[in-house]
Design a binder for this molecule. Structure first.
Ligand SMILES: Nc1ncnc2c1ncn2[C@@H]1O[C@H](COP(=O)(O)OP(=O)(O)OP(=O)(O)O)[C@@H](O)[C@H]1O
Ligand SMILES: [Mg+2]
Length: 237
């Protein structure tokens, strides 16, 4: 087997110390190959977001190793980690905010600027991504003029437009109605299948997890289940 794209080797993450110490991740081993679509589930506080932050190079393990495409992320400089994020990762995180006082269109274009995509193509791709998430007519609004669900859709469009190697989504449909949630998941599934984008998605909903091909369950900072997920398309047959 070739090196996995994402690899945790006995990853631990401890917050605080002494009496307030919280062992958010407690020796997690995980390997995710290129092109996988993984759903992450588990109770509140089980370490899902902590793991996503580490995968996204937003946080570092307190113990163990995280390798991205075979490279030990903790050995990289902050600049190199920022480059890795910018070029390879797309985030749909609730806390990962859009730029304020910046239109939806500009927010979606931003990662494409960093990637060096020329102006006209950049705009076309950003507009298409915004249309895909149902935000036509809202392109010139800035985040303060959009609802929470709409802001989340801008974040999804931003991830879609830049065709990253990996999309990390932490409860991407948390603020969306059921119809819109399924539309977004169909889109993610399409990106995974046609462009081979690796997707890691945290969700609390089994019918959302069913779009993934693999289900990983966290309990108390450890992985307690790791199994194939029943594809939504198969579930419907
Ligand atoms: N910055 C922090 N400082 C201290 N403790 C933290 C911090 N972030 C998370 N924790 C703790 O680490 C544990 C894991 O948190 P995490 O956010 O990973 O859970 P989660 O599985 O994403 O939960 P949820 O489903 O509620 O989002 C929790 O006990 C949480 O209180
Ligand atoms: Mg969380």
């Amino acid at each position: 087997m070739t090196a996995p794209l994402i690899e945790f080797r006995a990853v631990a993450r401890v917050y605080g110390e002494g009496e307030t110490e919280v062992r958010a991740l407690d020796g997690v081993d995980l390997r995710i190959g290129k092109g996988e679509f993984v759903a992450v589930m588990g109770p509140s506080g089980s370490g899902k977001s902590t793991a996503m932050n580490i995968i996204g190079c937003l946080d570092r393990p307190s113990g163990g190793e995280y390798l991205f495409d075979g490279v030990a992320v903790q050995d990289l400089s902050p600049d190199a980690r920022a480059l890795l994020r910018r070029h390879y990762l797309g985030f749909v995180f609730q806390g990962f905010n859009l730029l304020p006082r910046t239109t939806a269109l500009e927010n979606v274009e931003l990662p494409l600027i960093y990637k060096g995509v020329p102006g006209a193509e950049r705009k076309a791709r950003a507009l298409a991504a915004l249309a895909k998430v149902g935000l036509q007519g809202r392109e010139r609004h800035d985040p303060s003029q959009l609802s929470g669900g709409q802001q989340q859709r801008v974040a999804i469009a931003r991830a879609l437009a830049s065709s990253p190697m990996v999309i990390l989504a932490d409860e991407p449909t948390g603020n969306l109605d059921s119809h819109r949630s399924h539309e977004i998941l169909t889109l993610l599934q399409e990106l995974n299948r046609t462009e081979g984008i690796t997707i890691v998605m945290v969700t609390h909903e089994a019918d959302i997890a069913a779009y993934a091909s693999r289900l990983v369950v966290f309990t108390d900072g450890r992985i307690t289940r790791d199994e194939p997920a029943l594809r939504q398309s198969e579930a419907a047959q």
